[in-house]
Design a protein around this ligand. Sequence first.
Ligand SMILES: Nc1ncnc2c1ncn2[C@@H]1O[C@H](COP(=O)(O)OP(=O)(O)OP(=O)(O)O)[C@@H](O)[C@H]1O
Ligand SMILES: [Mg+2]
Length: 355
Amino acid sequence: MITTTDLTKVYRSRGREVTALDGVDLHVREGEVYGVVGRSGAGKSTLIRCVNLLERPSSGTVTVAGQDLTALAGRGQRANAALRQARSRIGMVFQHFNLLSSRTVRDNIELPLEILGVSGKERTRKALELLDLVGLSAQAKAYPAQLSGGQKQRVGIARALAGDPKVLLSDEATSALDPETTRSILQLLRDLNRQLGLTVLLITHEMDVVKTICDSAALMKGGRVVESGTVSELLATPGSELAAELFPVGGEPSGPDRTVVDVTFHGEAATQPVISQLSRTYNIDISILGAAMDTVAGKQVGRMRIELPGRFEENVVPIGFLREQGLQVEVAAVADAVDSDGLQEAAGLAKDGAQ
Ligand SMILES: Nc1ncnc2c1ncn2[C@@H]1O[C@H](COP(=O)(O)OP(=O)(O)OP(=O)(O)O)[C@@H](O)[C@H]1O
Ligand SMILES: [Mg+2]
């Protein structure tokens, strides 16, 4: 639905150059919620502003719903009209809502329709329909100053939907909201994604946001996408920084002669009660030291740190059992002083080895 190819953006100001985007290839599938995370200055806002051509990329292409927007930008009047038209199919939600304080809620939502030249009657019909959709019918005549932050953001979302977009872009839409309001806005975005088949590209610095509503995510650093994929794919990638931040596990061995392993659950294997099977099959007591699990579509996804009695070499078979179930297993710590890397290699269980 959204594809960027080798997208770069270089800002030039007062003789200085800042490379905000450095060859970004992003692929957002139709109907998914896609999260972009990264530190301040990583280029997230620049990326999203380039996707709807609010910012002109220095090079590379942006395709939204099969249309190459970069080919339209700045190529004469007809192309500009086509770009405006294409942009009206991309909604944008902002951190600070950007509502006009002198206009009522309804008039704020009508604004983009006015710009598109929609008739007064039709504008009002549409605005009232959208207010209903975001649960704000009672506030149609209120002014922004009379609304809570969460309500303002609902107006922002309704306004973004005025042009019947296929794609919604959101730059930190919940950063100015408290945790409970954040949850309700995320739920609204999820509902809209499902009900309207809306593709959502959102930027956030909160891993919780990704965990709550995103199907896929990308991590940006220094203007580049350094990791990307569905949450399952990320979990399946050994050493994934995003997976570790989404599903952090901690926990230290409880004593000597213990083996600590991190088990990653994703895909089909995650439907089986493997830990109890392991315990029964080998008659061993297993302690769970830490876990970050979620249930997605009836399957468990996430990571768990477990402790097995005995040293590593005594646990080669149970660890092999877990791998046979299709789980990813990494030996996190061996309590005694043996050279665990050497042992793992010898047993074909190298840390970064596949399942
Ligand atoms: N208009 C501009 N002119 C010059 N440099 C800019 C401009 N906009 C952004 N930059 C620079 O580009 C880089 C990326 O900025 P960007 O706003 O995309 O980061 P971000 O990931 O959204 O950060 P944050 O999490 O703080 O919002 C930064 O180094 C920033 O200073
Ligand atoms: Mg930003």
